[in-house]
Structures are given as structure tokens and as C-alpha cells.
Ligand binder design. Structure first.
Ligand code: NDP
Length: 429
């Protein structure tokens, strides 16, 4: 698409937004029908995806706008129930695009498979035997999944650690083999698990030990994505706050999160507010991304901020985010869920690496959105105004009454279900 900058998008009706996107070739007529379908995920498809299915659980799907990443325009599908996330992401993306956009990069897509070996008579000797058989083991692993090798991926390397060697407990002593696997455009859990399971008998034979666990690690620290933005202070000006005040507030807020886990958890939750909705919309495994991201935030020994914010020599605000991003554009439920296929088409990404870069940029935007609000008006002003619509619905408002009640709640500065019920009663008398 030519631009992700669509002024007044939020003022249109849902139908108007869809028609506009179709005219912009963001999606096709068929995809439009897929989005309009009452059941975005047909029950019979859901029944094949998990067990004991009784229905489906829909979430709102919104679009993050204004994203300019490495010079390319993106409209970002976001599946989320929390108000103000999509608006905040789009607001910050607009600020960043006015500063030249996000720059991002991603490492090779190398994922880790783990094999746990216990009960070796001599762990050092067992380790050496495995090191000596590295080429053989890599070949065996690749033979277990030849199609990923044909795609240019596969097992590329391995290393071996001994844990708790000095322990008196044989339960604690173990050898752990890490298999490094390039999973190309797949998240790769099944590819990895197949490979590590296939290696187990060879490893038992070579070490004389017993293999227990054979599974991927969600601590995907060799599958990283990075985003950066550089923003001149003048475009950060907000209400009565100067751009410099906002910039300095953001850096102070970052230093708080960098030093205090109580703050860092909430700071990082705000980042995941941007990341999870895209991971969900594209059919990826958000538990895997969450687990890896939080572990990475502790990599220096204390749970800390995922982002960093600083001021450069020209006085610009500089934000950076780096996280493991084990997402795919194929595999798992991605090619099964009709909406994830549409979401990926809308994003127009060519590879899992590119998808990871879009996701990380949105995470950085979301963090700045939250920090900017926190260091200026506070989070409640924007949040509660949007939340008021959900409160109105929870109180029983329908149709036009939703907006009427919601506005009255904001006017009264009382965004509570009790107050909303009173208003619903008053208007439906
Ligand atoms: P799949 O098992 O669906 O494997 C992806 C397949 O896609 C590949 O085997 C490959 O098959 C095909 N493919 C087509 N094009 C490409 C390409 N360009 N690059 C790579 N593969 C391609 O999915 P994953 O292995 O990714 O597994 C992800 C699923 O595993 C998720 O649903 C996740 O929830 C789940 N899971 C997660 C765990 C965890 O996180 N701890 C544990 C277990 C499962 P072919 O080459 O034969 O065409």
C-alpha cells in the first residue's frame, strides 16, 4: 500500500473503514467477506484446532495506522479487548513517522531445542563424546526433518553444558544439549521438537545416560528483533507540556523501570499491549512470545525494562527495543485460522523476519504511548474516555445509547457501571 496514514479513519463506520481499505487494495473482496462473516473462525475449523470445543471467542480486530518502518508503510492488525491501545499505537506511529519512521532489524531465525541427559557415569566424558560427534548429530537431526533443510534451514550447530556437576543429588546432575535450528519462516516448535526427539536414542547410546526432556526453549535469544526511533523534542509537545519536558519525563520513567522490578513489570506489560495483539491477529503463539520476552528482560540478573530511552547529542529522544521474537508466517494455526491469513495479507510481510520487525516496532510505539501519557496528563484521561463505552455496554446500553451514556459518563467524570446503569434507566424510561 502507498500509505498507512489514513486521516479520519476512526470517524468512519466499520463498513466505511472496510470499503476504504478495499479501495486501497489492503484486502480483496473475498477477504472483506471473511472479515464480515459472523463467525470469523468457523466452529468446525475450531473443533479441529483444540479439544472439547463448544464455540469460539471473538476479540475486536483494530488497525494500528501510520506505521512507517524502514521506509515501508504498514497497516497493523491488532486483536485486543483493551481500549486505547490501538489509538495510542497509531498516535505514536504518527509522531515517529514525522521523525523519519522506525528503523528495525532482525537476526537469523535460529531457535533452540534442548535435550536433557541424566545418569551419566562421567559427565565430562559424556560431553566430550557428544562434542566429537557433532557433525554426526547434526546430520541425524536434519535427516529427521529434511523439508526444512530443503528450504535453506535446519540444524546448524550445537553446544553442551553440564549442570550441577558438584551436586550430591543425581536428580540435579545433568547434561544439556542445545541444538540450534534455523526454522526459516516457521515459529518452529514442531520442527524443533521432532529433531530433538529423533536425536534422543543416539545421545543415550553415545553417553550411556538417560534422556528425559526433548523440547524447544522459548527463551529464543538467538531469534531477536530490534527497533529504534529518534524523535526531535518539538514534536513531542503535548498540551501545556513542552517537548523537552515530555522527552525528559520519558527518560525519567525509563530509568524508574530500569531500576525497579515493580515498575518494570507494568512498563513491560504496556509494551506487550502492542506486541500481543499482532501476535494474536497473525495466528502466532503469544504465550511463547510473552515467556521469551519476560525472560529476556531479566538477562542481566534483575528483571528490568525491555526498552531503553535516552537523549542524544542533538537533544532528540532515542528509544530502543530488542526482544526474542519467535513468530512465523507459516505453520501452527497461521494457515488454519481464516482471520490470521487476512491479517498477514494486510501486513504484506514477506518473511517471518519482517513480521518480527513490525511487531517490535509496535511494541516500542506502545511503550512511548504509555510513557508519554503517564508523564503528562496521566493514563486515565484518554483511557477512561475510551473505556466508558465498555462501561456503558456492561450497564446494558445498546445502539445509539452506548455513545450517549459514554459521553455523559465522561462529562460527569464518573466512569462507573453503577452510574451508567442510572443513565441507561433514565434514557430508557
Ligand atoms: P508446523 O509444525 O506447522 O511447521 C511449519 C511447517 O510449515 C514446516 O514444517 C514446513 O513444512 C512448512 N513451511 C512452508 N513454508 C515454510 C517456510 N518458508 N519456512 C518454514 N516452514 C515452512 O509449525 P511450527 O513448527 O512452527 O510449530 C508452531 C506451533 O507449535 C505453534 O502452534 C505453537 O503453538 C506450537 N507449539 C509450541 C510449543 C512451545 O512454544 N513451547 C510447544 C509445542 C507446540 P514443509 O517443509 O514440510 O512444507
Amino acid at each position: 500500500m502507498e500509505t498507512s496514514r489514513i486521516p479520519g479513519f476512526y470517524n468512519r463506520s466499520v463498513e466505511g473503514r472496510r470499503e476504504l481499505l478495499k479501495s486501497m487494495d489492503v484486502f480483496s473482496e473475498e477477504e472483506l467477506q471473511g472479515l464480515e462473516a459472523k463467525e470469523g473462525l468457523p466452529t468446525e475449523t475450531a473443533d479441529k484446532m483444540i479439544e472439547n470445543v463448544i464455540g469460539t471467542y471473538p476479540l475486536p480486530l483494530g488497525l494500528g495506522l501510520n506505521f512507517l518502518i524502514n521506509g515501508k508503510e504498514y497497516v497493523v492488525p491488532m486483536a485486543i479487548e483493551e481500549p486505547s491501545v490501538v489509538a495510542s499505537a497509531s498516535h505514536i506511529a504518527k509522531i515517529v513517522r514525522d521523525s523519519g519512521g522506525f528503523t528495525t532489524e532482525a537476526t537469523e531465525r535460529v531457535m533452540i531445542g534442548q535435550i536433557q541427559v541424566v545418569g551419566c557415569e562421567d559427565f565430562q566424558k559424556a560431553k566430550q563424546v557428544l562434542v566429537n560427534h557433532k557433525t554426526y548429530l547434526l546430520k541425524q537431526a536434519n535427516e529427521a526433518y529434511p523439508s526444512i533443510v530443503a528450504r535453506g534451514g535446519g540444524a546448524e550447530d550445537l553446544d553442551i553444558r553440564i549442570l550441577n556437576e558438584a551436586s550430591n543429588s543425581s536428580y540435579q546432575q545433568m547434561l544439556v544439549l542445545h541444538l540450534y535450528i534455523n526454522t526459516c519462516d516457521a515459529m518452529g516448535a514442531n520442527i524443533i521438537n521432532t529433531m530433538v526427539e529423533s536425536l534422543a536414542p543416539y545421545i543415550e547410546e553415545l553417553t550411556g545416560g538417560k534422556v528425559y526432556l526433548r523440547i524447544l526453549s522459548n527463551y529464543a535469544d538467538k531469534c531477536l528483533a530490534r527497533a529504534k526511533c529518534v524523535i526531535p523534542p518539538d514534536i513531542l509537545k503535548t498540551g501545556d507540556f513542552t517537548g523537552e519536558e515530555v522527552r525528559d519525563g520519558v527518560v525519567h520513567a525509563y530509568e524508574f523501570a530500569a531500576s525497579d522490578p515493580y515498575r518494570a513489570v507494568t512498563h513491560n506489560k504496556g509494551i506487550m499491549n502492542g506486541i500481543d495483539p499482532i501476535v494474536i491477529a497473525t495466528g502466532n503463539d503469544w504465550r511463547a512470545v510473552e515467556a521469551g520476552a519476560h525472560a529476556y528482560a531479566s538477562r542481566h540478573g534483575q528483571y528490568s525494562s525491555m526498552t531503553s530511552w535516552s537523549v542524544d547529542q542533538e537533544g532528540n529522544l532515542v528509544g530502543e527495543l530488542e526482544l526474542p521474537m519467535s513468530v512465523g508466517t507459516v505453520g501452527g494455526s497461521i494457515n488454519v485460522h481464516p482471520i490470521s491469513k487476512i491479517a498477514l495479507r494486510m501486513l504484506n510481510v514477506e518473511s517471518a523476519q519482517e513480521l518480527a520487525q513490525v511487531i517490535i516496532a509496535v511494541g516500542l510505539a506502545q511503550n512511548l504511548g504509555a510513557l508519554k501519557a503517564l508523564v503528562t496528563d496521566g493514563i486515565q484521561k484518554g483511557h477512561m474516555a475510551l473505556h466508558s463505552r465498555s462501561v456503558a455496554i456492561a450497564a446494558g446500553a445498546t445502539g445509539e445509547l452506548i455513545d450517549i451514556v459514554s459521553e455523559k459518563l465522561v462529562e460527569a467524570k464518573e466512569i462507573r457501571v453503577g452510574k451508567a446503569k442510572e443513565l441507561v434507566e433514565e434514557y430508557t424510561k
